[in-house]
Design a protein around this ligand. Structure first.
Ligand SMILES: Cc1cc2nc3c(=O)[nH]c(=O)nc-3n(C[C@H](O)[C@H](O)[C@H](O)COP(=O)(O)O)c2cc1C
Length: 254
């Protein structure tokens, strides 16, 4: 098994490089690692009929690795240009094109990736306004098109004046180092998601019925239609709150 670190920072020995290294230093025994610093490569788009040795070399490195770890600081609230250029130029290698121009995942389908990003803004500001969101979203969008499966993400806010990454982030990097060293299934979380969904519905149904009980005093809950309509409305409101929590609050990067 091999894990490839892809560093897209302006600084070869900055905080993203340190986080990336902390992940790679903690991979399991026998797992091979390599880091490529994108700035060392003259990455240009593939021109029709022309050979592009740099893209071929990078594609070979991606192909021989099972997991890719992106170290990409947030620049202008976005993915760094170095990584974006890499993604843009690799597009013909990441996806196959159908006759109508649609794309389908290419030869890297079912590999895995981990994303790392950072920003100057404080933990609270990043939590509330999602400074690093676009960086992760760009990586996710490209990887989804290529059929590469997400193994997780690590975010480091508050980097202004920071010389070294905090201990708890080192621990998190180590945790991911162990995690990505294990041979992963195609989609590890399908069963987990169904179990979560089951418990979510079970708890929401219980809360809904609990709310309906005191309503007996003000409406004829024993009537089938009153029972059904009140259950649907309460359940819908709870579902809306949970979905809002999951999409807007839980996914805020800290
Ligand atoms: C060109 C550039 C743009 C940046 N834009 C932002 C930004 O929009 N928001 C932010 O919080 N930090 C911003 N930063 C700070 C970087 O995210 C910060 O330098 C990074 O966390 C440090 O990582 P490194 O040590 O790996 O370079 C920017 C830095 C650079 C160089």
């Amino acid at each position: 098994m091999k894990i490839l670190g892809i560093l897209a920072s302006h600084k070869e020995h900055g905080l993203n490089a340190e986080m990336l290294q902390n992940v790679l230093d903690n991979v399991g025994e026998g797992v091979e690692t390599e880091t490529i610093y994108l700035e060392n490569y003259h990455i240009t788009p593939h021109k029709y009929h022309e050979d592009n040795p740099v893209l071929n070399q990078l594609a070979d490195k991606l192909m021989e690795s099972d997991v890719w770890v992106f170290g990409a600081p947030t620049y202008w609230r976005e993915c760094p240009g170095l990584l974006k250029n890499f993604f843009d130029c690799m597009r013909p290698k990441f996806v196959y094109f159908k006759d109508n121009g649609d794309t389908i995942p290419g030869p890297f389908k079912d590999k895995h990736y981990l994303s790392i990003s950072s920003c100057y803004m404080s933990t609270t500001e990043n939590f509330l306004t999602g400074i690093t969101d676009e960086t992760f979203k760009t990586i996710d969008r490209v990887m989804t098109a290529a059929g590469v499966i997400k193994a997780g993400e690590i975010v480091l806010p508050n980097t202004f004046g920071m010389k070294e990454i905090p201990e708890k982030k080192k621990d998190l990097c180590a945790k991911y180092g162990h995690k990505i060293s294990k041979k992963q299934e195609k989609d590890d979380s399908t069963v987990k998601r169904y179990i979560q969904l089951f418990f979510m519905i079970a708890v929401m149904a219980l809360i809904t019925m609990g709310i309906q009980l005191p309503l007996k005093a003000i409406m004829p809950i024993d009537n089938f239609w009153v029972n059904y309509i009140s259950f649907t409305i309460i359940f819908f409101v709870l579902l809306g709150c949970i979905l809002h929590y999951m999409t807007f609050v839980k996914h805020r990067r800290r």
